[in-house]
Design a protein around this ligand. Sequence first.
Ligand code: OAD
Length: 253
Amino acid sequence: MTAASFVIPPELVTLLREAQHVAILTGAGTSAESGVPTFREAQTGLWAQYDPQQLATPEAFQRNPRLVWEWYTWRRELVNKAQPNPGHVALVTMEQRLPLFTLITQNVDGMHQRAGSQRVIELHGNINRTKRWNDGAIVEHWHETGASSTPRCPETGSMLRPDVVWFGETLPEAALAAAIEAAQMCDLFFSIGTSGVVQPAASLPMMAQRQETPVVVINPDVLPLTSATLYRIQGTSGQVLPALVQAAWPDAV
Ligand code: OAD
């Protein structure tokens, strides 16, 4: 995909520049150009034989806690070695330029914060936090146990797990409420780098559309066009977002 292969509609540039409240939903695609594989693309190396959707469940953890723990350890190392890409940086600029900006992410990699985004709603948790399996309390320190079992909370002995939302689990209530409010109140909504198949995040663009708010989808894949208020830009977030920011605020670095 070259920079010239997508088109940014001029009316969208005006909408962005004049917006009072922009809400953005990001997914794994926004970290793809940082070298973090998305969920629905083939995994490589050691973990190629495992389907992430089969590992990111409470049942998988109960069946084989060590396997799930190790998968997250590998993913955490990969994510923490990766650097934010120009798409993340463009979102930081947007936050600085707009009166109100709500960044909602399904990503657990903390990459938006590392790029410099100040206020991020994490719908699916954060891979760098660890919590107790039994009551969800955050645990900062523990002893590694070796290859046979997962680490345990030094205070209660509970098994430890990453503080991420797994399939079949409910989202953090306050984060979801804030995301829904932003989708309903904003005057421009972006859905970036997400396949839009995991609920309830996938409903946020629809909530915005129901308020007749224009929705912008940025994704290199062909996506079905669903309504007249939908702008679909076929390109990567690392290419489209900097171009969009540059078009809206030509003095932006
Ligand atoms: P997916 O892996 O389902 O989708 C990633 C999307 O990003 C796809 O639509 C790709 O076409 C698109 N994409 C790939 N490269 C891109 C790029 N450079 N720029 C923009 N888009 C790109 O990831 P999510 O939609 O985030 O949940 O998945 C949603 C949730 O399902 C995840 O948060 C995770 C997962 O299982 C949990 O862990 C609970």
